[in-house]
Design a protein around this ligand. Sequence first.
Ligand code: NI
Length: 245
Amino acid sequence: MLLENMSYIEVEAYLSEKDIILIPIGSVEQHSPCGLIGTDFITAEAIAREVGRRMDIIVAPTLPYGMSQHHMAFAGSATFSPETMISVIKDITKSFVSHGFKKIVYINGHGGNINPVKTAFDSLKYEDTPGLFEIISWFLLPEVQEIEKSLFQDKNGHHATPGEVSITKYLRPETFKTKSTRKKEIEHFNVYWPLSKREMKLFYPDGRMESAPWLAKENYGKLIMEEAIRVIMDRIREILKITVV
Ligand code: NI
């Protein structure tokens, strides 16, 4: 059920029965020479939309941009400042709350979004905004990480992972005809966070973070995505049981 295809009459009818909405969020940032700049929002959107379809839950339009300041030394990346990201999440959340949605669940594809989204939730609660606000990051689900470990052992890494690249390869195979598949060394650093764009480029000159994105395969993507959908549906079932006061 995609919000963008509904009328307000249909949304009102939905709200007479349900009060949950899913909002996919990602990033517009480089994913090494092997992966797509849209990786994080493409994965989050596909997973959220499938969860919404299977559970008859409204999925809002995707917020493709996120907090990606450490990727800004790579062409094509774009970022919100932390302050803007917090404001955007607050405004979107408050908009849906104002119409009667009580459970606002962000389905997230990008690690850099977690802190600002949670800070936005804190700020909303500081302002006494009613509702249950949640962020589910598909790539952090233990069940998903277990599958990735069985497929890629210690080569999944932290960014431009073969796991996320596999999902985009499954969803948009034609875009990979022009992408690199060259194997490179995997280097491990004692790194600190957060990183500036200059520091990121020095630690990770080709944009990977200890990952082997050339291991990505379409059928792995299907497998990983299916597990993410399954586990998120379980989480949503738990959220549906909670009474918002
Ligand atoms: Ni990513």
